[in-house]
Design a protein around this ligand. Structure first.
Ligand code: ARG
Length: 481
């Protein structure tokens, strides 16, 4: 077995087939292939520059690695499952291509710092993609808000009619949550964007390596500062799993809302045919399956966070093989999240709001009761007393089967003689919305200001994503040129 070539010296016998099968990570870490080659290119350039290996060998390693990168690009790179992971696969292919000089690549490094470096590079791309997908969805929400600044709907607390709001205010609430999710990813990105390469197995190395050079070549902000931390740190993995979980939770509650808003009972929205599914038995059905799957897949994203935390709990310093289990859950979680974000956009941008239905809903349930209380407060009644007066008026309306605005002034006066003709303006639904012009409130002036702020946020994130992407791509070009 080729496997033994890496460490055969110590062993009299080769590894059992079942050992290899059990310990292999190739099915997962093959996703790191490209990053692994980039990491090796940066490393070997540094070894050459520092005179650690002969220039001729370094050059032939560089040539071999570039060939491997091209093979990966064209799909010709064959994975050898008798090798444990992607790192050994690349090293063996290299040696097959250029001969024994390939064995000099692993000077001054270890798979422990190598895998930590590869995964960070992989995750940088995954985070930039997720941030882009979050902002894509935010962009959709902003458009909804722009179209529906005056569309009134009931705002709920405890799932009971509470106060009238606009659809703009409602969707901007979701937009601000998602904006924080994107910012959280970017914060985590900053902490992760340091290069562990050169920490070697755990203690650093006796070669005069230049870790700043490799970090820069791989577009990291700098090298990590402690070799033992570098090979054992996976808090960037749990942090990203948390970022993904929180985003998925936000998405899930949006999805839940779409499910009940599209029910016959609510009827606030109708989803577009292209983003719904039918029933195999009930011909009338139009099901919100995408929303349900987004809600359902949140479980596996949160699962990734749990498994990352539990996997790290109680690990002694430094590298332990347990750490190999960090990849699949987070890779899957990031992938699931980005897919959910990406499909949510057209679901929302194509759905139709039944504004008439929302209007009728808002006219039920005494949603303007607070406004009547506020009216009395303006006339000098202490709020607590006003609350009691309006409560009694609401009870009267329930008994009479009418709305507050259906009461005559005489009727109102039974509850307070301070109430006059001007009460109707105060409790009209549209005025209830317009008058909530406190900072962050639901008035159109306030939602316009919120829209500006949300747009500014995603524009600055777009700049960040663009800058980082071009930095990373520039690094790859330089290593491959
Ligand atoms: N496949 C391993 C991982 O993903 C690579 C590092 C192996 N290191 C070791 N000391 N066995 O963690």
């Amino acid at each position: 077995m080729a496997q033994q070539a890496l460490w055969s010296g110590r062993f009299a016998e080769g590894m059992a087939e079942s050992t290899l099968d059990f310990t292999s990570s190739l099915d997962v870490d093959s996703a790191l292939a490209f990053y692994d080659v980039m990491g090796s290119l940066a490393h070997v350039r540094m070894l050459r520059k520092r005179g650690i290996i002969p220039e001729a060998d370094a050059d032939s390693i560089i040539g071999g690695l570039r060939t491997i990168a091209a093979e990966m690009e064209s799909g010709d790179f064959e994975l050898d499952f008798s090798e444990e992971d992607i790192h050994t696969n690349v090293e063996f292919r290299l040696t097959a291509l250029i001969g024994p000089a390939g064995g000099k690549l692993h000077t001054g490094r270890s798979r422990n710092d190598q895998v930590a470096t590869d995964f960070r590079m992989y995750l940088r791309d995954a985070v930039l993609e997720a941030v882009g997908a979050i902002d894509g969805l935010i962009d959709t929400l902003v458009k909804v808000a722009q179209d529906h600044g005056a569309t009134v709907m009931p705002g709920f607390t405890h799932m009971q009619h509470a106060q009238p709001v606009t659809v703009a205010q409602h969707y901007l609430a979701h937009a601000f949550k998602l904006a924080r999710d994107a910012e959280r990813f970017i914060d985590a990105y900053g902490r992760m964007n340091l290069c562990p390469l050169g920490a070697a197995a755990l203690a650093g190395t006796t070669y005069s390596i230049d870790r700043r050079m490799t970090a820069e070549a791989l577009a990291f902000a700098g090298p990590t500062e402690n070799s033992m931390d570098s090979v054992s740190d996976r808090d960037f993995v749990s942090e990203l799993a948390f970022c993904a979980s929180q985003t998925a939770v936000h998405l899930s509650s949006m999805a839940e809302e779409l499910v009940y808003w599209s029910s016959l009972e609510f009827g606030f929205i109708e989803m577009d045919d292209r983003y719904t599914t039918g029933s195999s038995i009930m011909p009338q059905k139009k099901n919100p399956d995408i929303a349900e799957l987004i809600r359902g897949r949140t479980g596996s994203v949160i699962g990734a966070l749990m498994s990352m935390l539990v996997m790290q709990k109680g690990l002694p310093l430094t590298y332990n093989r347990d750490l190999q289990e960090d990849k699949r859950p987070l890779m899957d979680a990031m992938d699931t999240l980005t897919k959910c974000l990406t499909i949510m956009s057209p679901v929302i941008s194509t759905m139709r709001f039944d504004t008439g239905r929302m209007r009728r809903a808002v006219e039920e349930g005494f949603i303007n009761a607070t406004d009547l209380a506020d009216y009395l407060v303006v006339k000098g009644v202490p709020f607590r007393e006003a609350h009691g007066i309006v409560g009694a008026a609401v009870r009267h309306c329930i008994e009479q089967g009418k709305r507050l605005e259906d009461m005559t002034v005489e009727e109102f006066r039974r509850f307070s003689d301070l109430i006059g003709e001007d009460v109707y303006d105060c409790i009209s639904i549209d005025r209830c919305v317009e008058r909530r012009d406190s900072l962050g409130g639901t008035s159109p002036a306030s939602t316009d200001a919120q829209i500006m702020s949300v747009i500014q946020g995603y524009m600055s994130r777009e700049d960040f994503v663009r800058q980082e992407t071009s930095l990373i791509e520039g690094a790859w070009d330089a290593l491959l040129e």
